[in-house]
Every structure is written in structure tokens, then in C-alpha cells.
Design a protein around this ligand. Structure first.
Ligand SMILES: Nc1ncnc2c1ncn2[C@@H]1O[C@H](COP(=O)(O)OP(=O)(O)O)[C@@H](O)[C@H]1O
Ligand SMILES: [Mg+2]
Length: 272
């Protein structure tokens, strides 16, 4: 693969358009950020379409996509690279961030607040006018190839005091606010992704909207579009709709008896 950013697709990139139904101006904002070399932060609850949006944008912008799932063990070297011991000495191996910088790829750091602060700091020089990745261990500074873009995702509901992003980091991103789409949109997504019929998709989304309002009664996790798709897929493949909802939608969300009871009642009221 050429390293000058001239190739259009990564070998494993799907050529087919990843389906993404926009609800606002997120596609044009994202496109503008890419053109203006601005890093993007996708904010929104789990399963609302952040990853799908990035996949769609990489396809649209004809850039390879390199995704890194962040966790608290993720070290800077996991992003940048490390020396590997070989029988005849050591050999430097680029990490995924370095590859993205060299190739002009879109680098997507999923759930960035999970990463340690000292890991996140390596992103700083990439997100300002320098657009450089300093690699201390090889005493090299890698300039970002054209087309390189940094994208992070962030679930504001999950932020804990210790796991919030530092203001100095936040201010390096343009934030796109995503949320669950309006009823008709979300029903279209569920229908398309699961292959269910329009009436079932519609009923599932209105059920989800009612369950989401239980947040005020202490439901910490509300049903995502992803859960609705899983439930609809079960139902479409022969599981009775009530059972599909209990297993696919209600039980994953809570262990609390009264909340589970309230959700089951909503299921029974929706699908009579
Ligand atoms: N706007 C959308 N357009 C198309 N599919 C969507 C959209 N939002 C959610 N989905 C569907 O929901 C699933 C979960 O979305 P995902 O992007 O993985 O969520 P997140 O990354 O926010 O947790 C996707 O695989 C896709 O099937
Ligand atoms: Mg995701």
C-alpha cells in the first residue's frame, strides 16, 4: 500500500456504501471539518449511530478508516508503535495511529474517555496547526498526509468525574451532537437494518420512546437503535414479538424488578 496518501481505499474497506440515515446537518458538518482539517468529536448515547456515521463518511470521503477501541490499559505505544525484538536486532512497528497519519486515513478513537490522559495527550500535536505526530522513540516527526482526520466518540451519559475529557483536549475538536433519531427516521433505520415490516418497526420505536422516558424513574441505560434492530431481527426470524422484546430489549437494560416489570407492561401494551 503506498504511504503517500494517494490510494483511495484500504484493502478491507467495503466498496458498498455503508447505510446512514442523517437526522440533521451532521454529514455536511463532517465533510466541512474534513476539508478544513478539523478534528471531530461525535457525542451521543450508545448505539445511536456514531460508528455507522464514521463508516459512512470514510466511504463518502474515499479515505481508509482505522478504528481504535479505547480502554484504560491503552498506552501511548499502542497508538504510536513500538520496537519489536527480532533475532537480528530490533525493528520499529507503526501503531494504528501512526499508520493513519502516514496513509491519510480517518482515525477513529471509539470511547475516547476510556483512555488514560497520558495516552490522549499524544493526539494534541495532531489536532492543531502542526498536524504532526512526534515519535519520541524513533526521534521522528511524522507529518499528517492529506486526508488524515482524527475522529473521537464520546458518550456524555457515561462520563464520570474522573473520566471526563480535559478541557484542553475537548477544545481541539468540533463536536457533532447525535441522539436517537425522530420516530419516523428511527423506524426506517430499524426496518432497513433488520428487514422487518414497517408496522413492527414503527411499534418497536414507539415502545422504545416510552421506555426511554423511564430514565426519570432511574433507568440508567435506555434502549438504543442497536437494541431495536436486534429485537426486530429476532422477531423477523420467528421469535414471538413479546419474547423478542423481553429478551432483546427489556432484559439487557436492567436487573431491577420494578423497572423490568414496568418495561414488560409497556411491551404488553404495545403488542396486544
Ligand atoms: N442514522 C443511522 N443510519 C443507519 N443506521 C443506523 C443509524 N443509527 C443507528 N444505526 C444502526 O444502529 C446500529 C448501532 O449504531 P452504531 O453506529 O454502532 O452506534 P454507536 O457507535 O453510536 O454506539 C448500527 O449498526 C446501525 O445498524
Ligand atoms: Mg460505536
Amino acid at each position: 500500500m503506498p504511504l503517500d496518501g494517494t490510494h483511495k481505499f484500504a484493502a478491507d474497506e467495503p466498496v458498498e456504501e455503508p447505510y446512514y440515515l442523517p437526522t440533521g446537518n451532521e454529514i455536511s458538518l463532517f465533510e466541512q471539518c474534513h476539508a478544513q482539517k478539523l478534528a471531530v468529536m461525535l457525542k451521543g448515547p450508545t448505539g445511536c449511530g456514531k460508528t455507522r456515521l464514521v463508516e459512512h463518511m470514510a466511504w463518502r470521503l474515499k479515505r481508509p478508516l482505522i478504528t481504535i477501541a479505547c480502554h484504560d490499559d491503552l498506552a501511548a505505544s499502542d497508538l504510536i508503535g513500538r520496537f519489536l525484538i527480532r533475532h537480528n536486532g530490533t525493528e520499529w512497528q507503526d501503531g494504528p495511529l501512526t499508520r493513519a497519519v502516514r496513509e491519510g486515513a480517518i482515525c477513529y478513537l471509539d470511547e475516547v474517555v476510556e483512555a488514560r490522559q497520558d495516552t490522549v495527550v499524544v493526539l494534541h500535536a495532531l489536532t492543531d496547526h502542526r498536524r504532526m505526530l512526534p515519535i519520541d522513540k524513533t526521534v521522528e516527526t511524522v507529518p499528517a498526509a492529506p486526508g488524515f482526520q482524527l475522529v473521537v466518540s464520546y458518550n456524555p451519559g457515561y462520563q464520570r468525574m474522573l473520566k471526563d475529557m480535559k478541557p484542553s483536549t475537548r477544545q481541539r475538536f468540533v463536536a457533532l451532537d447525535l441522539d436517537f433519531p425522530p420516530l419516523e427516521h428511527e423506524a426506517a433505520i430499524v426496518e432497513r437494518e433488520s428487514g422487518t415490516d414497517p408496522a413492527t418497526a414503527h411499534a418497536l420505536v414507539s415502545l422504545a420512546q416510552r421506555i426511554r422516558s423511564l430514565r426519570d424513574r432511574g433507568l440508567a441505560e435506555v434502549p438504543s437503535t442497536r437494541l431495536l434492530i436486534a429485537t426486530a431481527t429476532l422477531a423477523r426470524n420467528g421469535i414471538p414479538i413479546h419474547d423478542a422484546c423481553y429478551a432483546g430489549l427489556v432484559s439487557p437494560l436492567s436487573d431491577d424488578e420494578s423497572l423490568v416489570g414496568a418495561m414488560r407492561d409497556l411491551v404488553d401494551a404495545t403488542f396486544i
